[in-house]
Design a protein around this ligand. Structure first.
Ligand SMILES: Nc1ncnc2c1ncn2[C@@H]1O[C@H](COP(=O)(O)OP(=O)(O)OP(=O)(O)O)[C@@H](O)[C@H]1O
Ligand SMILES: [Mg+2]
Length: 265
């Protein structure tokens, strides 16, 4: 928590008010409100089906909510009311100030173009044209995510699951986004690979001062990465607060069950 002390002096990066998206009663997410500050990592936890991905997708411009508001303090556009903004503005946000790390790397990567091109593509989308510069930046980012430079021309389909996730992270971070959305970024990886990826993520987030909203059903991941947690159950936030407080002294009976791992799978 050291780098994010006094919220009062700082404007929120994202303000979410009464966000609601239901597919059918109890299935979705309802009436969610919170502020996210620069440099803050917010974890969304809860059992399978509790609405975590629905909420994350609604927040990140991938699923139009039924009601509610998302205000984003944009570097390029000033305060932006996300779903009231122009489609073109939202598209620019998605490829510059925002990043999305998907649970399945194949949803966030182009599997049949080279690793270098996967990174370079994001740069080209924000106007970078110089081939030498693009390749250089791609190499720097491969190094930052611990992928050997010699793999730059290989396709992600030839990478291991952990490497694919790291490439996805490099592809997202190369444009220096301010806000990253992640849905179970370590899901489906071996425990040892998970640990390395988490360590890498934690360092990148701290060093770059990124704001992150991360969905996970793994409380160990939440403990390691998140400053603050929201606990979801059947589409509602039942508890929120500082990570250590929520996990060490849960107030809601559901959170108590979750923490005692009865509900974890
Ligand atoms: N496209 C959809 N159409 C209808 N119902 C859906 C749709 N997507 C999700 N749901 C339902 O909404 C509820 C919340 O789903 P969501 O995917 O947000 O849960 P989750 O917390 O992310 O679960 P998991 O941990 O399994 O990923 C679930 O009951 C799910 O079946
Ligand atoms: Mg999900």
């Amino acid at each position: 928590m050291n780098e994010v002390q006094s919220w009062q002096d700082i404007e929120p990066l994202l303000s979410v008010r009464n966000l609601t998206k239901f597919y059918s009663p109890g299935k979705g997410c309802g009436d969610v409100s919170f502020d996210l500050y620069p440099g803050e990592v917010l974890g969304i936890v809860g059992e399978s089906g509790s609405g975590k991905s629905t909420l994350l997708n609604s927040l990140s411009n991938r699923l139009r909510p039924d009601s509610g508001e998302i205000l984003y303090n944009s570097e390029q556009f000033g305060e932006l009311n996300l779903y009231a903004a122009e489609e073109s503005e939202r598209r620019i946000l998605m490829r510059s100030e925002w990043g999305i790390v998907h649970q399945h790397a194949r949803d966030g990567l182009r599997m049949n173009v080279s690793a270098g091109a996967n990174i370079g593509e994001r740069l080209m989308a924000v106007g970078e044209r110089h081939y030498g510069d693009i390749r250089q930046r791609a190499l720097q980012w491969l190094e930052a995510v611990e992928i050997e430079a010699g793999r730059i021309d290989d396709k992600p389909s030839q990478f291991s699951g952990g490497m694919q996730q790291r490439l996805q992270i490099a592809r997202n971070l190369v444009t220096h986004p301010r806000l990253i959305f992640m849905d179970e970024p370590t899901g489906g990886l071996d425990v040892s690979v998970q640990a390395r990826l988490l360590d890498l993520l934690r360092n990148l987030v701290a060093n770059l001062g990124l704001s992150v909203i991360i969905v996970t059903h793994d409380l160990a991941v939440a403990r390691l990465l998140a400053h603050r947690l929201m606990v979801m159950r059947r589409g509602e936030v039942v508890e929120s607060g500082l990570t250590d407080q929520v996990l060490d002294d849960p107030q809601h009976p559901y959170t108590q069950l979750l923490v005692s791992s009865i509900l974890q799978n």
